[in-house]
Design a protein around this ligand. Sequence first.
Ligand code: CMC
Length: 433
Amino acid sequence: MTEAPKSAGTATLTYGDTSVELPVMAGSTGPNVIDIRKMYAATDAFTFDPGFTSTAACESALTYIDGDVGTLLHRGYPIDQLASKSSFLEVCHLLLHGELPTASEFAAFENIVTRHTMLHSQFDRFFEGFRRDAHPMAIMVGTVGALSAFYHDSLDIHDARQREISAIRLIAKMPTIAARAYKYHIGQPFVTPRNELSYSENFLRMCFAVPAEDYEVNPVLAKAMDRIFILHADHEQNASTSTVRLAGSSGANPFACIAAGIACLWGPSHGGANEEALNMLKEIGTPDKIPEFIEGVKAKKYKLMGFGHRVYKNYDPRAKVMKESADEVLAAVGDPNDPLFQVAKELERIALNDEYFIERKLFPNVDFYSGITLSAMGFPTSMFTVLFSLARTVGWIAQWQEMMADPSQKIGRPRQLYTGPTERDYVPIQQRG
Ligand code: CMC
């Protein structure tokens, strides 16, 4: 189903006395790209695009976003259909292998993931090296990187089979690591995975069961968890995915690359936003405080967390599904009249009717309602980004796989516009004034 890029004519760049014809390429949908690979040789000039707002850094067949309309497709399938009809493991198969699995393919895929959930027993000592008050994301960055010290038999990145095994190991072991990061943080013993449970049920049990009392998985919560994982599975070339690709472009092993992705995801402009969004709702507290808060946003004292997106200039399609999940979870285990949910809904209503937000095309993103949902499910805010990293692992590793299989892949090495001093002579310390 992957289509090779097609020629879509040329673009002419005139710079000084030089005129250069640059090829234009078309993908299966979305904007065409101007291929500037030969531009530097022809003009002795670089392009300048900090933040990559106009730069396509790779070819990819995984995920398509039309931010103006608010569309998100994985291998062509709309996210709302996947979120309502599919399961996270099925989406993992889709992202990794390009197609929804047949029944027998799914059974084999589920079986192999389920049978790789355990960690090497020596691995548990890593957790103990962290302070109890360590942020679980700090534990994730460290321990996921440490997987490369345990699974040497899948580190040959030039062997497609070994790459496949690493991908399965990562998808299978992330819930176990994430649950351990949480248990360690709260001082409870680790819970071993159970093969008879689904991916999401297993994760919830590893987080919330205690030796003194087992945990009956509430099907509403298991469904919501699975949906949250689907909604976060991949999002084309976002900051953490680009980090994974850049790390991988040097030939680094997949566990190290995913640890790099987790580090990038942690930032408040990216995965850390769900934690910040809930903190913000708590700070606002009651709907009557919203107008004052909005004035602060307009005065640029702070941002409205969970709003705005580099790509979506319309309602984030993931936010719509997340809002439904918030409703379902609060009805099942929380308070449907939860004051924070009321604040969120009112904040959304006010912001969507305010000229400041309309003009800048700022809409709720996936993080706006995820915090409320996760909180009602029993997760502390410090775990929110951990859950995001668990779910995004499939996207990262599928993108890494795609890059590694691409024969034209080369090390990522951007250029710069240098503004520092030009060459000067060293001055001995006694002569510096
Ligand atoms: N609240 C208030 N104003 C905003 C916001 C916001 N959340 N986001 C952007 N703006 C304003 C910004 O100040 C600027 O205004 P002006 O033109 O007057 O200078 C204008 O909108 C354009 O913003 P930008 O910074 O150029 O947009 P960007 O594409 O660089 O930033 C973003 C995208 C997601 C970093 C930003 O919208 C943001 O910081 N949002 C809050 C954090 C957040 O919710 N992040 C989660 C993103 S979704 C999950 C994920 O993919 O990680």
